[in-house]
Design a binder for this molecule. Sequence first.
Ligand SMILES: [Zn+2]
Length: 321
Amino acid sequence: MLDDSGRFLVDRLVESPSHVQDGPDVAVGALEEALDQVLGLTGVARESVHAVGLGTPGPASADGVISSKGATNFPQTAWHGFDFRGALERRLGVPVTYNNDGNAAALYAHHVHFGSEAALHSSVSAIVGTGLGGGVIEAGRVIRGAAGMAGELGHVHIPMQGLLADGQPVPECKCGFFADAESVASLTGIEKNLLPYWLTRFPDHELARAGSIGEAAKLVRGYGDSDDPLALEILGQQAMALGRLFTIASNFIDPSAYFVGGGVVEASPKFREWFLAQVREHTLLRYEQLKVATFALIPDRDMAGARGAALAAFHSLVNAL
Ligand SMILES: [Zn+2]
């Protein structure tokens, strides 16, 4: 929540159940309750709210209509093609702006990093979680694209030569592509592609005895934190994949900044710096670009998406003045 000067009024993430599993009506009602909960915390009256930002995992249209084919986080058929933004706007009676969670986090990262100079810069953010989300910001604004699908960095194809080890199968993404960025740089990529291969190279590793490959995949980052060789192979491949993705971005939009966020950097400061340095090393910039580009981690973890959604709502009001 921001006041009319653009200052955040709550310094932490206020979480409440989304009730997405109970269908759109219940979930929209839960969002209204969540808004009232935050208003209660800050002592702000509902009448003082001029705009609300909504952010959700995709795929959804630029205007917040959930994909007609459904989405991982919105399993019931009632969500297919549901105009989430429009429904919340009708419920709350104030304008609601929409961004997918990757774009929202990218917007937040950009504004935190550049502050009052946000409008003078561009940036690319990659957020490594279950999938690989992201966003592209130009002149302080989210690039949405014609169909709302700009910044889907996870499904950009990247070169695998020199990234994969001898005999390592070409990784497949759940979107159906082979060798895109998410097929390597995501938790799903570890589970489906990287860990099964690397366990053949480290057959005596403790992770080979984990309950399931899914459980083992979640433990990889923790092992990386303690310099475990298998984990460092996997996380090194992820960092290289992000560097190759950023190399493509450098030729497309030549941004001022490259941001990395998500679960992969929620580790010890030493690990985070190592990971970011690996990403930087594999991002092949030209001399002129190296002089001006910065690499940084996205701050505030889970709060980045929520704050980015709120920032977008704030910008919509400022632009309307
Ligand atoms: Zn993909």
